[in-house]
Design a protein around this ligand. Structure first.
Ligand code: ADP
Length: 262
């Protein structure tokens, strides 16, 4: 019918336009330029799902004689897009606060062992559902001075990605090692990996390696940009190594003794 055709057309336009928004690598950009692009990308990412919701609800409204149950497909599409938009708005708010220096840290002494164990526990059901073995072994207590909630959020982002880009039967590992100068946290997976040429761009806002493929996986393309901010705000560093088809490893270095500066 016309409405279904319309929906499909809009869907194609939606994903097609996202594809085109995948800009070619740009060299050095001014921060003003980057800010403008950020606003444009953000508006675009919000505009399209809004259109999908609007169209789907119009379809439902156009069939008042139908039951809710018989129209659940259109309602479910709308709910899915709304859920995505909520996550996107949360992530955008985080970065907007970070940009305007309003994103503050709440540093305190905490145990990395406890914090990371809690994060691992929260991911166990998802790993099981996806048929991925999630390994973690922490020997040290790893007392660290920093923002515990932010560090947990950072590990959530990395584990979420590791599970998302790894097939059933694969493995995701979380480790940490405490050195005198820094704590080192490693997240590795046996997933699809990332081609060399994309490695230094994945931390950019809205950058997703393969839009067509990433599109099937839920995500905003802002996770690693947020992770990067959390690490920098702790004066830390992150390194990524990857082997396409074999897996990816992120190593985070969080220095000790920068307390007074936080
Ligand atoms: P997204 O919401 O798309 O996951 P991120 O900022 O977290 O956004 O990641 C950016 C891109 O980096 C992803 O779209 C994906 O292409 C790539 N990526 C991140 N983590 C991994 C991983 N563990 N394995 C493979 N690709 C990854």
């Amino acid at each position: 019918s016309l409405t279904v055709g319309g929906f499909i057309c809009l869907g194609l336009a939606y994903y097609g336009s996202r594809f085109m928004a995948d800009r070619a690598m740009a060299p050095i950009k001014s921060s003003w330029q980057r800010q403008q692009e950020f606003v444009a990308d953000a508006s675009h990412e919000l505009r399209t799902p809004l259109s999908v919701v609007q169209l789907n609800l119009d379809i439902v409204k156009g069939n008042p004689e139908e039951t809710v149950a018989s129209q659940s497909k259109w309602i479910d599409y709308s709910l899915l897009e709304i859920r995505r938009m909520s996550k996107l708005v949360d992530d955008l708010l985080f970065l907007a606060r970070a940009d305007s220096q309003q994103q503050t840290l709440n540093p305190q002494m905490f145990s990395l062992k406890t914090a990371l164990s809690e994060v691992i526990e929260s991911f166990t059901p998802l790993a099981q559902t996806n048929g991925i073995s999630l390994e973690a072994s922490f020997r040290e207590e790893g007392m660290y001075y920093g923002d515990e909630n932010r560090i947990k959020q950072l590990i959530v982002i990395l584990l979420d990605n590791a599970l998302k880009y790894t097939r059933p039967g694969g493995m995701v590992t979380l480790r940490f090692q405490d050195w005198s100068t820094h704590a080192e946290i490693t997240v590795s997976d046996t997933g699809e990996g990332i081609e060399q040429e994309h490695l230094n761009q994945i931390f950019e806002r809205f950058y997703r390696v393969d839009r067509a493929r990433s599109q099937q996986k839920e995500g905003t393309g802002l996770g690693l940009a947020i992770a990067d901010w959390i690490i920098k705000s702790h004066r830390g560093r992150i390194k990524v190594t990857s082997s396409p088809g074999k897996g990816t490893t992120f190593v985070i270095n969080l220095p000790h003794g920068n307390l007074d500066k936080l």
